[in-house]
Structures are given as C-alpha cells and as structure tokens.
Design a protein around this ligand. Structure first.
Ligand code: SF4
Ligand code: SF4
Ligand code: SF4
Length: 993
C-alpha cells in the first residue's frame, strides 16, 4: 500500500505480513483486507493478527478476508516461476468479489467474466487456449473461495509470530558486547542505525544525516529473518550427508553455516547450556568421557555396517544413540527432566556422521577417538530457493518441506545452539590448511566454508530474489578474500607485536648508540620518523626540519614511543579490532567493495538489511570500478604510512643500522609507493573489489573498466556479475546479451528477429590490449575452479578481472533452484566457456590461456551423455536455450513426425560460417548458408529421459553460429587445434568450388 492513504482494498499475498510491516497502513475506514492464508476455518485466522492490528481492524471497521491463493496457483501449474503470477490472478478474482466495483458500475457476473477473459486472450492468447483457460480458472477460484474472517476477541490467543516452542540456552548472553563504544561518534553505532531504521517508523521515517547520505550500518542483514519470504525450507537428512560441501558453496543466502565438532563438544554444549539443574548438569559432565566412548563405539559400528549404510534406519541417528545411553545414566540426580532437556535440544540438531566419512569413520579408523560430527545449521536467512537440494542431488541429504510453526521453532532452537559452538577445529578441514589457502588444491578449497569466520564474510539477509545467482558468486568472493587475507593479517599482527616488544626493550638504546656513532645518520633517521610517522612532513627536507624545530619538543624516547604507537595500533587493528557490533573482534576488514548501480546495489543498500560486513559503497551507474581504484590507492597509501615504512624503519633500528641511513633513504621513504613494496607487503594490502553487472561494467562503465584494468594496480580486483541482461530495470539487452535477444523488453516478430549484434565478451577484451591483468571467466559451474581463480587473482601482483555467469531467475525464466545447473549448461554449451588467463604463465596466449576446464575442449561442441536416456548427443547453445524461458520465442516443441522434411541443426550449421551471417548470405535462398526460419530442428534429451524435437527460429541458428565462432577463436588463442573446424573448412571448400 506504499504511499497511498485511502485504499479500498489491500491484496496481501504474504501470510506472515504482520511480522515485517503494517499491512493495514493506508487502508480507508470500512476498507477490505484480503490475506493469503491456509486456514480452513476463517475464524482461526483471527489468531494470527497481532493484538495492535486487531484494535485497528475494529476501530476502522476493516473487513478481513482470507484466500488460499497459493493452493489455487499450485493446482493450476507445477511451474514454480509461474505460481506467484497465478497467485496474483487468484487475488484478482478476490478483489472483484470483495470490492464494490462490480456493484458500483452495475456489472453482471457474466459480463465481468467475459471482459476478464477477453483481457487474458489479449495478453496470453498467443500461448494458446490452455494458458488463457488456466488463468481464467484461477481467477474464478479466487473469486469463489475468498472468505470473510469474523471479528474475534481482542484477547484471543496471539499466534502472530508463527513460531512454535523455541528451546533456548539457559542464562547466557551469546551476543558479543560492543567494544570501544565510547570512542565512536553516536552516528557510527549500531544503536543509532537501529533507532532509525529498525524502530517501526514505517511511513514516517525521519529525515536524518544517515538517511540523507544513504549511510547504512555494516552487516545488519545478519540478524534478518527471511521466514516471511519462504514457504519451504530444506530438511537435513543427516544419515545421507557425505560432507561434500556442494550445497554450502551453492547457497546464495549464506543460510547454511556448518561445522564439524568433537562429539564431546556437542555433549558439553548441550549439558552446560540446556540442563537447568546444576547438580544434574555436573553429573552429566562427569560422565562425559564414558558417554563419548560408548557413543563412538555404536556410531562406528553403524557407519561401517555396509548393509545398514545402504538402507539406514532410525537407530543410526545420533539422538537415538544418545537417548539409549542417557537412559542408562538415569538416577536421582540425572532425572527425566535433565535427560529430556538434553534430548529436546539434540533432537533439533543436524548431526551427521554415518556417511560423512572424512569427518567420522575415516578419522576414527585412523585413530580411535578422533572422529567428529558434521552439521549444517540451516538458518533463518534461508529464502527457500531449493538450490541446495538441487545440488545435493543423488546424495538425497536435503529435501524441501513446508515450514510450519513447529519446524520454524526447530530452526530457531538449532540456530541458538550453533552460536555456542567454537570454530571448526583444524583437524576436520582435511587437506585444506587455513593458514595457507594458496597451497590448497582446488577440490579442497570448499572446506574454507567450514570456518565460520570465513563463511560469514558475506552475511546476506538482504532482499535479492530467492536463488539469485549473483549472491553465490559474491559469497565466494568475500569468503575467499577473507580466507586468503585473515591469516596474513593475524601473522602480521603477531610479527608487529613481537617487534614492538623488541623496540620497547632495546629501541632507545639503539637510537642513542646511533646518535653517538653517526650523528648524520641519526639526524636523517629521526627526521624520517618525524616526517612520515609523526606528521611533521613538509614539502622538502629543509621545510620539514623547520617544522620539527618549531613544533617537536620531544627527544629520542618520544621518537621510539611514536614507532611503538603506530606498530601497536596496526597490530591491534589486524587482530583485535571489532568491526561489527554483536560479532567477536576479529581484526579490521580485509577488503572493501565498490559497486556500479545494478541489482547488487539495490539489494545491497536497502535499509535495514545490509549483506556486506565490510566497507561497501555504490557509485551511481558506471563509476564503481573507478571508485574502486581510488579506494585501492588510499589503501596503498595508508598501508605504506602505517605499516610498511614504520616496520622497515623499526627493522633498520633493531638491525643497528647495518647499512647506514642517509639522505637517499629519506628521499626513498618520502617518495615511497607500492612499486618499492615486496611481494609480501603487497599481499598484506587490504583488497578492493569493484563489482557490477554486465550493463554497469561492460556497457556504460566500459571506459572506466578499461582505464582501471590498464593501471594493473596490485590490490584492485574487478568482478562482473554477468546476467546477460539489465536485470534491475526489467530485462533490456545489454551488450553481453546473447544473439537471440527476445527477452522481456525486446521486440521480436517477422521484421525484427532478435538482437543482431554479437555478444560482447569483456573478459576476452581484457586479455588483449589491456596490459597484464589476470583474467578469469568462471562461475558456479565449477566451484573449485572459481575458488582457485579467486585465490590466484588475489595473489597476483596486478589487477584481476573476473566475469561470472550468474542466473537472474525472473529475467532468465528459470526456477529458483536452478542457479548452478544453468551455469553448467551455459558453460557446456559454449554459451560462456570457462577460461583462465594468467599472464604469469608466459608471454604468448597459448601459455597464458587455459580452457581445458570445458568439456570436449578440442571440438566445436560437447558430446553430452544424457542422464535420462543415457545416450550421447551434441549439446549446442540451442539446447541450453531450451531450459530458459527467456528464449521461449525461439523454439517450439513438436512431435517427431512434424520435423520430417526439415533440416537438422548440425547439418545446417555445417553450411554456415560467421562471415555468411555478417554478409547476410544466410537470407539468400540460393546460397548454401541459407537459414530458413522455423525449418530447422534439433533433438533434445531431457534429464528425465524424454527425447524431444524442437523447431528453431532462424535467430537461434545464427546464435549457434556466433557462439561456435567465438569458441573457435578462444580455442585458437589457447593453441588448441579444432579438427571439427578444419573438417568444415574442407567441406565448404568442396561446396564453394
Ligand atoms: S533453500 Fe536456498 S537459501 Fe535456503 S538453505 Fe537452501 S540454498 Fe540456501
Ligand atoms: S547435504 Fe548434500 S550437498 Fe550438502 S554436504 Fe551433505 S551431501 Fe553434500
Ligand atoms: S532480478 Fe535477477 S539479478 Fe536481480 S536480484 Fe533478482 S535474480 Fe538477482
């Protein structure tokens, strides 16, 4: 209802609307409120209205209605992406039933239905009668099924929070208290932000400095709940989980924090925090070792029982094993109440050991007592996209279930328990060494997400669409940067702390010794410290000396104190600083992000839920990359002044001026830049990620990108989230859009068949004529390759540019759970091949460019084996296009007999080259490259075993030719000889002779 203040009818498709907004705002006296609800009895719906809104309903004489619109929509279509639209149709019907519109204009029901039908024909008629009729059925069901909710009692039970019984830890506060609060100006505190943006002001939001400059507190999304946004949530089937980490790296909403813990840790946490009686608690803790051994013995027996593993039963669940052994401990002290308290919290926990061999049985076999438990704590930030279930696939360890109030209570209970657990111990990270991620193999890199400090590098809780492919990539960028940088920061903090201690012990003595032995060196050294570290610098040495003489009245002790202060502060910043209130101190941010306007800035900057826990800023439209460069330069400058130069001066002092210190050194340090930094000093620089969509980076921001990449700055990394379309503004073509076009805002018809310009490949452009950047075109299709490329780019002493295909669910027309599947399809079809260009590997393209991650990398196309039919077939971009609704106007499914006499796609492609397209010979009926419209077909094998025939638009065939040419170009740069291309050339030579 937004700005409107005198609304007759509010249609509300959100059953949990009162949890996050005032749904009655703007509704006029006597108005109607139609509310999505699955209550059979309308009177029961009253209990879900919060008491304060019950008052308002009575006072304003509002009529409340309920409608199970989602049930109606589900019955009409199985296609999830259409169900929301259908739900809207049902509400449309309800509107005409509850409003006075038909009565006011004296419209009989028959005429009303005929009018609506005519509108549906106009809008959907081209899709056929079935589509029109189905919309009509849904609309009529909405009209017929809407029911009025009788006014209930003000003090009727209040179930409006939609939560069952949450089990909470007893008597502890698990939120880290704010540190250094006194040192912050009030505007920089979370409480100032919350008082403005989380105080329920709604329409009456105050105009304050925060609002006027678009300032939003960091990481606030962490405490957001997406309960209101989801209908279903994954249920973890613990006995099937192998700890493959696929779901965890794919989840776009950081809703799958996970850990492996010792069994004793799980038990200790349950006993300490969930058993209310102190005697029972202590008695249980006394039995811990014994219990641990007994549990392990049973668990190992189950986990290694081959027959049971094939078909596990309830016995194997951790909670049931625990129940059995706790019963044996029952006594006057460990009574039923204590046992039930333990079991009721354990009941909510996702505890996997049976199939998680790397965590339990494998370790236990090597050393008894070493195995642990793996858990995925699906939390309240889940938007219910189902992506995790899709990628889990045959493991069958996740399944979507409708989340009722009891299940939500379970989610909240386990979330509380998780917060009490420590960081995942190193021994469970396998061959991934968190202290040196650079050395890890690509396949092991997923395990960095088992560490909460890395997993939470992006906190989500934002308003991106469910399943948005951009978020998975953003999470990867933030978590890998954190994984690379945090150990460097901690090591640096320790190194500096050690030097501070040495400086305090011997610094003064060494400085005095220098004064006694070499007065010139002493004078230059102290001037250097005072100039750079202590703020007495002027435009030249003489002026600096004057400023020092006029303003500095300290001596050697103060010089040493200055060095101690700057290094101590730097050490503190790198390890102890608390950047986020409510989170444990973990040191300063390792990265910043600057963004071009696009979807990422909309969901990334809309109060109150900010997904970014590091400094983040948006610069309108095209400037994000340039702003990133500026931020990167400021990091270099600060890093030089606060860390590199002071540390080097301290090293010189502690090393007793082995190489002396003269005016050249003064000049060197006062003109210091990153070019004088060692590789290690550069690596320790905080990184800046400039991000944007294909429009922001590749179109209007292209000049910015080109300029920035050419600078090759060591700490500036750029990421394009390539949805191939302007997602945020509703689906216009970008230069990255593929050749069919035909998205929501394209014209397509007999005269205009689609987008005739070829796809612009910014990643390929950056490989050439842009100096020496590291370039990678990677995606969620291969998460190990993505992580590896991110690590290598962060280590590269120059700019790195990444282009990642990301699904946009509404604009691509794909289901919420399809992000990874579509990334695989676009890669495998040559729609967007995967490649890495590492200039460190050599000075020719074949040395620097790696494309072998693509299937059949030596051929035109991938020969794919169908999961369903088990047959092999050639997989082209046209096959990928069949799986996304954005291409729907370019193919038609037909029965096999309808393709008789038509031409098969591959044989047509054999006759056409890209030059035939450029010269428009494909339109010449007499030329060998003639492409008839809708006379070419392909055969597709679906995953569920169907063999389908599709007729293709001419534009779709052209799209295949264009992508094939782009792929051949890429192959040739990588030094790959494509025999299919050579064969085609020979064949055409014969035809053209
Ligand atoms: S359903 Fe989606 S948001 Fe929820 S846990 Fe799975 S992948 Fe994450
Ligand atoms: S739930 Fe499935 S995808 Fe996730 S770690 Fe377990 S087996 Fe892998
Ligand atoms: S519109 Fe597309 S890109 Fe934007 S948030 Fe939704 S899915 Fe993501």
């Amino acid at each position: 209802n937004a700005d409107l203040r005198h609304v007759d009818v509010v249609l509300c498709a959100d059953p949990k609307v009162f949890l996050h907004t005032d749904a009655l705002q703007g509704l006029k006296k006597g108005g109607a409120f139609v509310w999505e609800s699955n209550e059979e009895n309308p009177a029961d719906a009253w209990n879900y209205i919060p008491v304060k809104y019950r008052h308002e309903i009575i006072e304003k004489d509002i009529k409340v209605y309920i409608l199970n619109g989602f049930k109606i929509a589900k019955a009409a279509t199985e296609r999830e992406e259409l169900q929301t639209r259908m739900q809207g149709n049902a509400f449309l019907g309800a509107f005409f039933r509850v409003s006075s519109f038909l009565k006011d204009y004296n419209i009989p029901k028959k005429e009303f239905e005929e009018t609506i039908h005519a509108q549906y024909v106009k809008k959907f008629g081209r899709f056929g009668d079935d589509v029109v009729n189905s919309n009509m059925t849904v609309m009529k069901a909405g009209f017929d099924d809407v029911k009025e909710v009788p006014i209930g009692k003000l003090d009727a039970p209040d179930a409006s929070n939609f939560v069952g019984n949450v089990i909470s830890p007893c008597g502890i506060d698990i939120i880290a208290p704010p540190r250094d609060k006194e040192g912050k100006s009030p505007i920089h505190t979370l409480s100032a932000f919350d008082a403005e943006f989380r105080a329920g002001y709604g329409y009456n939001q105050p105009a304050s400095p925060l609002a006027s400059v678009g300032y939003i507190a960091s990481g606030t999304g962490d405490t957001a709940s997406k309960y209101v946004a989801r209908r279903a949530i994954p249920m973890f089937i613990e006995e099937n989980c192998t700890q493959c980490m696929e779901c965890i790296s794919a989840c776009p909403d950081t809703a799958m924090p996970n850990t492996a813990q010792d069994i004793s840790q799980i038990l200790t946490t349950a006993f300490k925090y969930y058993v209310s009686d102190g005697f029972a608690r202590n008695a249980l803790l006394e039995h811990l070792d014994d219990l641990d051994k007994k549990l392990r013995a049973d668990m190992y027996a189950y986990a290694t029982d081959k027959e049971l593993k094939k078909n596990p039963d309830d016995r194997v669940k951790f909670k049931n094993i625990l129940r059995k052994h706790l019963e044996d401990l029952k006594s006057d002290v460990i009574d039923d109440k204590a046992i039930n308290q333990v079991l009721s919290i354990v009941e909510t926990l996702p505890l996997a050991y049976m199939s998680a061999r790397g965590i339990f049985a494998g370790k236990e076999k090597k050393e008894a007592g070493d195995g642990g438990i793996f858990s995925i704590f699906i939390n309240d930030k889940c938007k219910g996209c189902g992506e995790c279930v899709d990628v889990c696939g045959d493991h069958e360890a996740l399944v979507m279930i409708v989340e009722d109030e009891d299940w939500h209570a379970r989610v909240k209970s386990s979330e509380g328990f998780f917060k009490l657990l420590p960081e995942t111990p190193k021994k469970y990270l396998g061959i991934y060494n968190p202290d040196d991620p650079y050395e890890a193999k690509a396949a092991a890199l997923k395990n960095h997400l088992m560490q909460q400090s890395k997993y939470n590098a992006l906190v989500s809780g934002d308003g991106a669409c469910a399943g948005c492919g951009e978020k998975t990539i953003l999470h990867a960028v933030a978590s890998v940067t954190e994984a690379v940088m945090r150990p460097l920061f901690f090591a640096k903090a320790e190194r500096l702390t050690e030097k501070v201690a040495q400086l305090k012990r011997t610094g003064l003595m060494k400085l005095e010794a220098l004064k006694a032995n070499d007065l010139d060196a002493y004078n230059v050294f102290t001037r250097t410290v005072l100039h750079i570290i202590m703020g007495y610098g002027a435009e030249n040495a003489k002026a600096t000396e004057k400023r020092i003489a006029d303003g500095f009245d300290g001596g050697d002790a103060e010089i040493i104190d200055g060095l101690v202060a700057v290094l101590s502060q730097e050490a503190y910043n790198h390890k102890e600083l608390q950047t986020l209130e409510g989170h444990m101190p973990n040191g300063m941010s390792a990265m910043a992000m600057t963004a071009n306007t696009g979807c990422n800035t909309v969901y990334g900057s809309t109060p109150p839920n900010n997904p970014h826990p590091y400094p983040w800023m948006n610069s309108l439209f095209q400037d994000g990359t340039t702003i990133g460069w500026i931020v990167g330069e400021s990091f270099i400058r600060d890093h030089a002044a606060h860390a590199v130069i002071p540390e080097r001066l301290v090293d010189t002092l502690l090393g007793e001026f082995e190489k002396g210190f003269d005016e050249d050194d003064y000049f060197y340090y006062t003109h210091f830049s990153d070019k004088f930094m060692t590789d290690k000093e550069v690596l320790e620089l905080p990184k800046v990620w400039a991000i944007g969509g294909d429009g922001g980076i590749g179109d209007i921001g292209f000049q910015n990108l080109s300029k920035v990449v050419l600078q090759n700055r060591p700490n500036v990394k750029v990421l394009m989230l390539d949805t191939q379309v302007y997602s945020n503004t509703g689906g216009q073509n970008s230069d990255s859009s593929v050749m069919t076009g035909g998205f929501d805002m394209n014209q397509i018809g007999p005269a205009t068949e689609g987008k005739m310009t070829e796809k612009k490949s910014v990643a390929e452009i950056m490989m050439s004529g842009h100096g020496s950047p590291y370039v990678a075109q990677v995606s969620a299709a291969s998460i190990g390759v993505l992580f590896r490329a991110l690590i290598d780019g962060l280590h590269y002493r120059g700019t790195a540019y990444y282009q990642a295909f990301t699904t946009c669910q509404p604009e691509h027309g794909v289901p919420d759970d399809a992000s990874e599947a579509q990334a695989i399809r676009v890669r495998d079809s040559r729609g967007m091949p995967e490649f890495v260009f590492d200039p460190g590997k050599g000075e020719t393209f074949p040395e620097a460019l790696y494309i072998k991650g693509n299937p059949n990398y030596q051929n035109d196309w991938y020969t794919k084996r169908s999961k369903g039919t088990k047959e092999r077939f050639t997989y082209t971009v046209a096959h990928w296009a069949l799986t996304e609704a954005r291409f729907r106007r370019h193919h038609k499914k037909v029965s096999a007999d309808k393709v008789e006499g038509k031409q098969e796609l591959l044989s047509v492609l054999q006759n056409v080259t890209m030059q035939d397209i450029v010269h428009h010979r494909y339109l010449d009926k007499n030329h060998r490259s003639y492409i008839p419209d809708w006379e070419v077909y392909l055969v597709d094998h679906t995953d569920d075993g169907q063999v389908n025939h599709h007729l293709l638009s001419r534009q779709m065939v052209i799209f295949c030719v264009e992508r094939r040419k782009a792929w051949r170009m890429l192959q040739s740069k990588a030094g790959i000889e494509n025999k299919d291309y050579l064969a085609q050339k020979e064949y055409l030579k014969g035809l053209d002779a």
